[in-house]
Design a protein around this ligand. Structure first.
Ligand SMILES: *[C@@H]1O[C@H](CO)[C@@H](O)[C@H](O)[C@H]1NC(C)=O
Ligand SMILES: *[C@@H]1O[C@H](CO)[C@@H](O)[C@H](O)[C@H]1NC(C)=O
Ligand SMILES: *[C@@H]1O[C@H](CO)[C@@H](O)[C@H](O)[C@H]1NC(C)=O
Ligand SMILES: *[C@@H]1O[C@H](CO)[C@@H](O)[C@H](O)[C@H]1NC(C)=O
Length: 266
């Protein structure tokens, strides 16, 4: 009995919910003002979704589901990132799971207040509506790539075995290690994480805790994590074009997730 109490106390103490990061805590973008998103907005099963299709011939039975950060579809960086996935050969869908209420990227540091109306109860239904529509349209394998806030939902979709493969960068709002223990206990979906050395949310030490759960072959479906040094939260979405470290990290995160997805799709 005493031993049990000791272990449950231990579990409670070491589990950490990663806080959402304020707008000012994200990497800043210097996107080219002439960069025009190539995709189009569609309403899919009642949900506004940015859709970017490859210019070349593509496999209509696979799709990338891009789960944005808190800045959502109004942030051109998110749309251009979806275009990069399309250019890599995947029909790419970025649903507005923020229900038309993204945080302004140049707004006040108000994420805590914003989160009240963007919990899983509000955010999951539009996400699942788009997934079920894609499946009805004949998509057999969904690869999810989630950024910051989208990392939580990628992990949920992995836990629920809804998708074929899940990748994420600088995830927030997860409970570490509890959420990854749940992955290990109930999922058969491969999972990949890109983390930032300077992230104050999913810190390098939480990344190491995650490795302790999924790493070293403990998670048979597949696990890979890569840390990018010298960059902070948001680096996989936004980079300062005059900072070669940021530019290389953003590209490196993309390439790492792409390679993992290609390896694990059938
Ligand atoms: C899609 O919708 C978002 C959110 O309303 C908007 O900011 C964006 O400019 C739209 N993009 C396109 C290509 O129409
Ligand atoms: C903070 O965000 C909430 C939800 O988006 C909004 O209703 C509220 O007006 C914002 N507060 C400030 C001080 O900007
Ligand atoms: C995952 O499953 C749980 C338990 O059934 C459910 O509450 C949750 O909404 C699901 N989340 C997603 C993203 O599918
Ligand atoms: C981008 O980096 C340059 C060179 O370090 C710096 O002068 C500039 O302020 C940065 N821009 C942003 C938006 O952070």
């Amino acid at each position: 009995m005493q031993l049990f109490a000791f272990f449950s106390l231990f579990a409670v103490v070491r589990a950490v919910v990663i806080p959402a990061v304020q707008p000012s805590g994200h990497s800043k973008s210097t996107i080219n003002a002439d960069a025009v998103p190539q995709g189009k907005n569609h309403t899919i099963n009642g949900v506004l979704t940015y859709v970017s299709l490859p210019k070349q011939k593509f496999d209509p039975t696979t799709a990338v589901l891009l789960l944005t950060d808190v800045f959502g579809l109004p942030s051109p960086d998110n749309l251009l990132l979806a275009d990069e996935w399309a250019a890599a050969g995947f029909a790419t869908y970025a649903p507005d799971y923020l229900n038309g209420d993204a945080l302004p990227s140049d707004g006040l540091d108000n994420v805590t207040e914003w989160e009240v109306n963007h919990g899983e109860a509000q955010t999951t239904p539009p996400l699942l509506a788009v997934i079920s529509a894609l499946k009805l349209r004949g998509v057999k394998q969904i690869a999810t790539t989630g950024y910051c806030f989208g990392g939580l939902y990628t992990t949920r979709l992995v836990q629920n075995n809804t998708i074929a493969v899940g990748t994420m960068a600088h995830p927030s709002s997860l409970n570490v290690p509890t959420d990854f223990e749940l992955v290990k206990a109930q999922s058969h979906v491969p999972i990949e994480i890109n983390n930032a050395e300077l992230d104050t949310g999913f810190t390098p030490s939480l990344a190491v805790v995650t490795d302790g759960v999924l790493g070293d072959g403990q998670y048979a479906p597949g696990y890979f994590r890569r840390q990018f040094d010298g960059v902070g939260h948001g680096f996989a979405v936004r980079a300062n074009a005059s900072d070669p470290v940021q530019v290389a990290a953003k590209q490196g995160a993309f390439d790492t997730s792409l390679a993992f997805i290609k390896k694990h799709l059938k």
